[in-house]
Design a protein around this ligand. Structure first.
Ligand SMILES: [Zn+2]
Length: 577
């Protein structure tokens, strides 16, 4: 290696237990690799021609990793010119959403459409919007509102006219979806499940989001501003590759991407062809869905939803969902795994319910055995597992199955989980961090794209405190320590996204990807972590990322090249089988 830069700062945390703190790094910025770590005077003496970059009174750590995200469609749906109206991004109640509706209708040029994403009826106390409700806010312009679950869409009469539905009557329901209709068969402004949601939203997106590549880039930037240097695209299909390649090829691109090809795609498992460097874009896995979302009631559980107004008004049938909430039968799971296991890619199964987790582990164990992969570094994963139990984590550990937890379930829905949706002995334990870590399973954290803001330090703090965003503590026995929580967003997350030998810790031969923090997370109380420790920037390959330069580089790309495929795929996240 040709060391051309020595980097130092007041504090450098390596996340390498063999050498947790160092004074300086010697980097070859040509290859982006770390050549040496150690005392500053030794590295300077060994590399007298290298440029010395002293960052002063800041803290350097390995760049943070979100182990499961959807940066392209999150950008299109959650960044301007779309409007993200989730409760935790400034709209805690339906009144806040209604106020934004009025403000935007007054401010937006006449006739121009508006797209909203993230309405949460349960958290915001929002009504089940109909066309008539939306017409009261938006009498003249087409408007589409996507529910936070992604399973429902709401739209107004102007959009029904734009859709050209004769007498306002929707076409026949598509496979896997349906349209809401009144007694005369006229649309009531509702679409259920993604197949119908996509039909209703399709005429809006080209007008409202004219440059979806720029929208995607805003999400890249948002992640980088929260300290993230690598993540995944967990709803990859081949149509996204030109946009992903374009963003990855820019000199100031802030994110490395590991791609998980949706199993529902006909070419899932085939090699991908990209001109982007392998260090920036790599296809590592296959994404599969076992069940659905706890906020909609389509998760496969062995325990009941409680019977109360909140549960019923969320459209959830009280009681035990059981196997009927599975997207696949066990025989179908076996067939899917037999089809994809020979590719050598990771399997990555969405499973929220404890029953879904059991069935996936059964299918994994059988498939790993059939394919001779037990005991090998197969890297197979399970995603979210809100309801997982200690014995299930232990079983996953024994199979070498990695678990990516979703702290945001607890952060934003913790009050509802504990005693409203579920009995306290179950709901208070949702996202069992301590049981997961104690089991010896490999545990990473993620924010899942448009489902929650990508803020790793908030996940870390919450795992240590079990305090929700509303301020209450639930299941304090599931607290973990800072080291385990940080590992879930660095060194373990790197393994989970298929880059464990390159990223996640500062060691010789790994990439010099860094996050610059204002304070040492080990030196502040857990409760104060996100107040005191702020992200000052990120580095890739030993060089600082200039996010304004990245935005300018994106602006130089002709949006027309990426418009159609990105619009078509913007709603992909929630495809469930
Ligand atoms: Zn996801």
């Amino acid at each position: 290696m040709n060391v051309d830069r020595v980097i130092t700062a007041a504090t450098i945390i390596t996340m390498d237990p063999g050498s947790p703190r160092v004074e300086a790094l010697a980097v070859d910025t040509g290859s982006g690799l770390i050549a040496a770590l150690g005392p500053l005077d030794e590295l300077v003496a060994a590399h007298p021609d290298a440029q010395l970059r002293d960052l002063g009174d800041v803290v350097l750590m390995p760049g943070l990793i979100d182990a499961h995200n959807h940066p392209v469609n999150s950008g299109v749906l959650c960044q301007e010119p779309s409007h993200w109206i989730a409760p935790y991004v400034g709209y805690p109640s339906w009144n806040d959403v209604a106020e934004l509706f009025r403000k935007l209708d007054a401010e937006t040029p006449a006739g121009l459409g508006l797209v909203f994403n993230g309405l949460d009826r349960t958290l915001q106390g929002a009504p089940e919007l109909t066309a008539a409700d939306l017409d009261a806010f938006f009498p003249g312009r087409p408007v589409f509102v996507l529910d936070n679950s992604g399973h429902e869409g709401y739209f107004n009469s102007a959009l029904i006219r734009l859709l050209g539905w004769a007498d306002g009557r929707p076409p026949a329901d598509p496979v896997g979806g349906r349209f809401g209709r009144d007694a005369e068969g006229v649309s009531n402004g509702r679409a259920y499940e993604i197949a119908a949601v996509r039909i209703a939203a399709a005429p809006m997106l080209p007008e409202v989001v004219p440059d979806p590549l720029a929208s995607a880039a805003k999400w890249y930037r948002y992640m980088a501003e929260n300290g993230i240097t690598a993540t995944t695209e967990h709803t990859y299909d081949t149509g996204l590759l030109p946009a992903i390649t374009a963003l990855a090829s820019l000199p100031d691109s802030p994110l490395r991407l590991s791609l998980y090809h949706m199993s529902t795609e006909p070419d899932a498992g085939n090699p991908i062809a990209t001109t982007a460097p392998d260090a920036m874009v790599r296809r590592v896995g296959i994404k599969l869905w076992a069940d659905g979302s706890p906020w909609v009631g389509n998760v496969a559980l062995t325990f009941p939803y409680l019977d109360n107004d909140t549960v019923r008004s969320a459209g959830i049938e009280p009681g035990i969902t059981g196997e009927r909430a599975m997207n696949y039968t066990r025989a179908e799971l076996d067939e899917l795994l037999d089809r994809h296991a020979p590719s050598g890619l990771q399997m990555s199964f969405h499973a929220n319910g404890d029953l879904a987790f059991d069935i996936v582990l059964d299918a994994y164990e059988a498939a790993l055995t059939r394919h001779g992969l037990l005991g090998a570094e197969h890297g197979w994963r399970v995603e979210h597992v809100g309801a997982a139990r200690a014995d299930q984590f232990a079983r996953a550990a024994g199979l070498g199955v990695r678990i990516s937890l979703a702290p945001f379930h607890f952060i934003y829905w913790g009050e509802l989980l504990d005693g409203v949706l579920f009995a306290p002995e179950i709901g208070s334990q949702w996202q069992r961090f301590a049981d997961a870590v104690k089991s010896g399973a490999s545990i990473s954290f993620h924010n899942d794209g448009s489902v929650s803001p990508p803020i790793p330090l908030l996940n870390v703090q919450t795992a240590m405190t079990r305090r929700t965003i509303a301020g209450d503590v639930h299941g304090p026995e599931q607290r973990i320590g800072l080291d385990d929580a940080l590992r879930a967003h660095t060194v373990v997350a790197a393994q989970h996204i298929g880059r464990g030998d390159e990223l996640g810790s500062l060691e010789v031969g790994k990439r010099a990807d860094l996050v610059v923090l204002s304070e040492d997370p080990y030196a502040v109380p857990a409760e104060a972590l996100t107040d005191r420790v702020t992200v000052l920037g990120t580095w890739r390959d030993g060089k600082p990322i200039d996010l304004d330069a990245f935005t300018a580089e994106v602006a130089s790309i002709d949006p027309a090249q990426h418009r159609d495929p990105l619009h078509e795929r913007a709603l992909h996240r929630h495809v469930s089988r």
